[in-house]
Write a protein that binds this ligand. Structure first.
Ligand code: UFG
Length: 327
């Protein structure tokens, strides 16, 4: 299939592009490189373009004979979204409407949408199933929730079929090291811990050790980015064959605390990682752990890299390679 991949120069998008090529598809990447990287574009076809440019979108959709869209492009910093909500409502929500309308005008009615566990806010029960009430506590999660709701109306009114995938904590890197995580600024736990291991930062700060969790630190469900990529291919197959829209959690069904992740990183890197205990980060739910049974049963998704030390190991190998390449 000819697949338009918005945000295909980003972290999860670039891993999807690699998986799509491996599965025999032709991904066409659209990315404005505001947070993505030119080196991360693994597809032959690349447009340095912005979703806000509706005319350009229509031009690409028809010229490239696009059959499906996988939509990763978005701003995804929770903290930034609280400080600058207009950026998130415009870039994530308004620009997604432009994409949807361009798709309809060009007769493309198949969409895989990147959503997030941030739609749940502070969940009432753990593990989190798809039925958990959606109560986002920041503009980032709210934009993703708005889009999910909008998509239901686009399906009933215009026949646009969509699968929304709610990611838990994407982590790790391509085992072949063709791409990996690189954010500026970096805010995610695993790369920051590894920067401390590499001596590129003095210490890792633990954001709160007084949570009601086994060791007092927050618990998260880390899922390998290459497993996320495969789930998109399965979702696409499902949408094309069963023709049914749906929403799926994508996580590992188990949680690791911040302290556990640091300990794993110590053993993976064989280095002391200095730690400082800090205050809670505003907006952090204490525990986010998925129930991803629906994706496993319905899509046949089976994550291949469930061990947290493998996930951290791939992230570490990628960090070393990126350093050697001067990225
Ligand atoms: N953490 C630290 N120190 C750091 C960085 C992070 O202790 O320097 C902690 C955080 O407080 C959190 C955990 O490590 O408890 C993981 O933090 P990340 O920033 O790596 O990831 P988040 O859990 O905040 O983010 C994830 C997804 C988002 C989603 C969010 C919903 O990446 O897309 O969950 O809460 F929006």
């Amino acid at each position: 299939m000819n697949i338009l991949v918005t945000g295909g120069a980003g972290y999860i998008g670039s891993h999807f592009v690699k998986a799509a090529i491996g599965a025999g598809h032709r991904p066409v990447v659209l990315d404005n490189l505001s947070t993505g990287h030119r080196w991360a574009v693994l597809a032959e076809d690349f447009y340095d373009a912005d979703l806000a440019d509706g005319a350009k979108l229509k031009d690409i959709l028809s010229k490239e004979r696009i059959e499906a869209v996988v939509h990763f492009a978005a701003n995804a910093y929770v903290g930034e979204s609280i400080e600058n909500p207009t950026k998130y409502f415009n870039n994530n929500y308004v620009n997604t409407l432009k994409l949807l309308d361009a798709m309809l005008e060009c007769g493309v009615r198949t969409l895989i949408f990147s959503s997030t566990c941030a739609v749940y806010g502070i969940p009432g029960s753990i593990p989190i199933t798809e039925d958990e009430p959606k109560k986002p506590i920041n503009p980032y999660g709210l934009t993703k929730h708005f889009i999910e709701e909008t998509l239901k109306w686009y399906e009933s009114a215009y026949g646009l079929n969509c699968i929304a995938l709610r990611y838990f904590n994407a982590a790790g890197a391509d085992p072949g090291l063709d791409t990996g995580e690189m954010h500026d600024p970096e805010t995610h736990l695993i790369p920051l811990v590894l920067e401390a291991a590499a001596g590129r930062r003095e210490f890792i700060e633990i954001f709160g050790a007084d949570y009601d969790t086994p060791d007092g630190t927050c618990v998260r469900d880390y899922i390998h980015v290459s497993d996320l990529a495969v789930a998109h291919l399965l979702a696409l197959d499902y949408l094309m064959t069963a023709g049914k829209s749906g929403t799926f959690n994508l996580g590992g069904n188990r949680g690791h605390s911040v302290r556990e992740v640091i300990d794993v990183a110590r053993s993976v890197t064989s280095s002391d990682i200095p730690v400082r205990q800090g205050q809670r980060r505003p907006g952090d739910p204490p525990v986010l752990v998925s129930d991803s049974t629906h994706a496993r049963q319905t899509l046949g998704w089976e994550p291949g890299y469930e061990d947290i030390s493998v996930i951290v190991g791939h992230a570490w190998q990628w960090m070393k390679k990126a350093g050697e390449m001067g990225l």
